[in-house]
Design a protein around this ligand. Structure first.
Ligand SMILES: [Zn+2]
Length: 475
């Protein structure tokens, strides 16, 4: 039996985060009543002229930089002609021969390491409207027509369904980080065409390329590939032949179906858009875009793991929650124990922020409060369970941990005399567990220890309690 490998490339369409559409002043806004964000330009009425949205051009260049691409000094717009009800002009303005940016790569986490997929190009185009099919009629909503769309084309460097999923997740993270797109899948802001072929392992010649069109979820892409790759292999194994074709994914049935083969493929008759000048960014313009560069999520994660010795899961939390990560850094820079800082911020602060309407920017306590709290625990002035109480109080009132401990008398009791008293009381009140312990049931001691802690209202030093209690309980 022959082993096969799959060769996958993705074309990802992403709606850019601009206030207005690509060629007109209509709002780029999701969820409005149908055909309320339209004008003669985006409806393709005769006699109108497009004016390029400069922010969309900036976001395209920024994406190029984030994806390690070259930003072209000359970008041109072309018309891609096709007749379809949701394309009001009967052509789409896109960048064909001279895209804004090309030749980059994306690094992302995959299978316990870092994978790299090369980016062929990222070019600017416009979105189309949306067709709705009712029982007896169909309708078109043109609110989305003319919304700026970035098409990010990858090289066929992806080798599995899981890798495709990881690439898309990594790409989404970069685009959201850069403020390029909100990437809201529910709102259709990211769509994907998948090109996949198979070939005997180790061979160089590419198999017939099969395209799966219009995927709107990353999990759908994975499932479609998990179906399509074995399907193609089975065809070849049975002596069949694959032809270049376009298929659609039926999410409910979980299968891909053929839409058209190469013979019927579109001929788009591209030609230069005569109403738009080529775009030639100046040095100053590019310098402005460069200022908007951000640290990439993967780099941030690696830096947090390296500089603060955080485990991957903690670092990932601070990648997803950017403001929380920045807050952590601000505190951790001043601490010898960044892991403890991360624990307080992830386990306590984040939970409190989730429970209350408080925003990170409106915290009552100073960031140094966390350092102080950690210091109180490390110096054994308070136990870690009391520290939880102190944190809550600090969160509510903004008072410093030291002040709270003093005011409420929460300082840890390490004094052997006081702890002995607590132990005597607990032993007298719990003859059952005491005799269990004497009969070799070690767990009974933990129960007794819990009772002592309770009696001391959590203030007793647990280590001292353990020692004294064990001696006393042995009798
Ligand atoms: Zn418009």
């Amino acid at each position: 039996m022959t082993d096969y490998e799959s060769v996958i490339g993705l074309e990802t369409h992403v709606q850019l985060k601009t206030k207005s559409k690509m060629w007109c002043g209509c709002a780029n806004e999701f969820g409005a009543e149908p055909n309320t964000h339209v004008c003669p330009v985006c409806l393709g009425l005769p006699g109108v002229l497009p004016v390029a949205n400069e922010e969309a051009l900036r976001l395209t260049a920024l994406t190029g930089l984030l994806l390690n691409c070259t930003v072209s000094r000359v970008a041109k717009f072309d018309r891609k002609n096709y007749f379809y009800p949701d394309v009001p002009k009967n052509y789409q303005i896109t960048q064909y021969a001279r895209p804004s940016t090309a030749n980059g790569y994306l690094d992302f986490e995959f299978s316990g390491g870092i994978a790299r997929v090369r980016i062929t190009r990222a070019h600017l185009e416009e979105d189309v409207g949306k067709n709705f099919h009712f029982e007896r009629t169909s309708g078109v909503d043109f609110n989305r027509a003319g919304v700026p769309l970035l098409e990010i084309v990858s090289e066929p460097d992806i080798t599995s369904a899981d890798m495709a999923h990881a690439y898309l997740s990594g790409l989404k993270e970069v685009l959201m980080y850069g403020g390029v797109s909100d990437c809201d899948m529910e709102k259709g802001m990211v769509r994907c065409d998948v090109n996949v072929s198979v070939r005997p392992s180790g061979t160089q010649e590419l198999g017939a390329k099969i395209e799966i069109k219009n995927m709107n979820s990353f999990s759908g892409v994975r499932r479609a590939l998990e179906y399509e790759i074995p399907r193609q292999i089975a065809v070849l194994e049975n002596g069949g032949k694959l032809v270049q074709s376009t298929r659609r994914w039926d999410d409910v049935a979980g299968v891909t179906e053929e839409m058209r083969t190469k013979e019927h493929a579109h001929d788009y008759r591209y030609f230069p858009e005569p109403d738009l000048m080529p775009f030639e960014p100046t040095d100053e313009w590019l310098a402005e875009v460069k200022k908007r560069m951000v640290e990439l999520p993967l780099a941030r994660k690696q830096r947090f793991m390296r500089d603060y010795q955080l485990p991957a899961a903690d670092a990932q939390t601070f990648v997803w929650d950017l403001p929380l990560g920045d807050y952590f850094e601000n505190v951790a820079r001043q601490s010898r124990n960044p892991k403890a800082v991360a624990n307080w911020i992830i386990n306590n602060l984040r939970a409190k922020l989730g429970e209350t309407p408080t925003a990170l920017a409106d915290l009552k306590f100073k960031p140094e409060g966390i350092l102080e709290l950690i210091g109180l625990v490390e110096s054994k002035r308070i136990s870690s369970s009391i520290a939880q109480q102190v944190f809550s109080e600090m969160f509510e009132t903004g008072e410093s941990p030291t002040a709270i401990v003093q005011k409420k008398g929460l300082a840890q009791v390490s004094d052997a005399g006081a702890i002995e008293q607590f132990c005597d009381e607990v032993i007298a009140a719990n003859p059952g567990p005491v005799s269990d312990f004497r009969n070799g049931k070690a767990a009974a001691l933990n129960y007794l220890k819990g009772q002592v802690m309770k009696l001391s209202k959590g203030k007793a030093d647990p280590a001292v309690v353990g020692e004294i209690l064990e001696q006393k309980a042995k009798g």
